[in-house]
Design a protein around this ligand. Structure first.
Ligand code: PSU
Ligand code: MN
Length: 291
């Protein structure tokens, strides 16, 4: 950062809770390699032995990926894991906060958290949304997972003053599928377009995040009909088993994974690669001279 090189932050809940072993460590290493090959410095964020780390070493990544008792750490959990001196994978909310604190402006994730279905009664809305309202960073995400209430998530992002950009799309993506059925408020055609919006936000003195919604490639998305059926089954199973709170996302993801015989995992990894690559391009555009 001191040399003005582009830096991209990466979250670690995707490693500790989002992907099964051993693919989790492979995906984490691949994301970092992809950035390095593009001349971008990766900074994976996590908590190691109670220390919030921005820029995990290879050994620290391995430790989090293999750990038996690694906490899922959102912002509210940070003080607890730090005080206890334990390990944690940071969510989008906690990662965005820590990365920004370290001066990083661009962050890649697979899927952002959002408003859960039934939130009108459970109040289960990811802290990712509120965090983005107050952290001036750009997050690249394939929209939000269709396990969530996508229209409600977009409504909340609007309320929270988060700028949402579709990357070469008019449709907000549903992670596994290109189109979640809701339009994006604005679109950009390239990394330079996204960088221009970030610069404008900063010039305006706004403190909220820009969400760059990057859909999966058409040929890589889950079959739309299969996606619908698997999703309905996963939601029904979660309701039957009374899954709630921060266990909901990992439970649903695991169900979708098994019901698609692992194909959702390949989609997940393809989505992540695409987002990491795009974040690298935006960080590079932002590190260059102003147009
Ligand atoms: N979406 C995914 N995979 C994930 C997550 C979200 O496709 O692993 C993780 C992210 O770290 C996100 C967190 O920040 O789940 C949101 O969890 P919650 O809904 O409990 O806030
Ligand atoms: Mn929640």
């Amino acid at each position: 950062m001191a040399d003005g090189r582009p830096v991209v932050a990466l979250e670690s809940t995707i490693i500790t809770h989002g992907l099964p072993r051993p693919r989790n460590l492979a995906a984490a290493a691949e994301a970092e390699a992809l950035l390095r090959d593009a001349g971008v410095v990766p900074a994976t964020v996590g908590v190691v032995g109670g220390r919030a780390v921005v820029g995990l070493t290879g050994a620290e990544l391995e430790r989090l990926a293999a750990g038996e008792r690694v906490e899922k750490v959102s912002v509210r959990d940070l003080p607890v894991v730090v005080a206890r001196g334990v390990d944690g994978g940071t969510t989008v909310a906690a990662t965005a906060l820590l990365a920004h604190r370290a001066g990083i402006g661009v962050f890649a994730t697979g899927g952002l958290g959002g408003v859960h279905r039934g939130a009108a009664t459970t109040f289960d809305e990811s802290a990712d949304l509120v965090a983005l309202a107050g952290v001036p960073i750009l997050v690249v995400s394939a929209g939000v997972k269709s396990i969530l209430d996508v229209p409600a998530t977009l409504e909340r992002l609007e309320t929270l003053n988060v700028t949402v950009l579709g990357y070469r799309t008019d449709a907000f993506p549903g992670f596994y599928v290109r189109d979640a059925g809701v339009p994006v408020p604005a679109r950009v055609e390239d990394a330079a377009g996204a960088a221009a919006v970030v610069r404008a936000r900063d010039a305006l003195g706004l403190r909220s995040a820009v969400l760059l919604a990057n859909p999966i490639a058409a040929e890589a998305q889950l079959d739309v009909g299969e996606h619908r059926a698997v999703l309905d089954a996963a939601l029904a199973r979660a309701a039957e088993q009374g899954i709630a709170g921060h266990d909901t996302t990992p439970f649903l993801l695991d169900h979708v994974h098994r019901a698609t015989q692992g194909r959702s995992l390949e989609v997940n990894l393809a989505v992540y690669r695409g987002n990491v690559a795009l974040a690298g391009e935006v960080a590079t555009a932002l590190s260059g001279p102003r147009p």
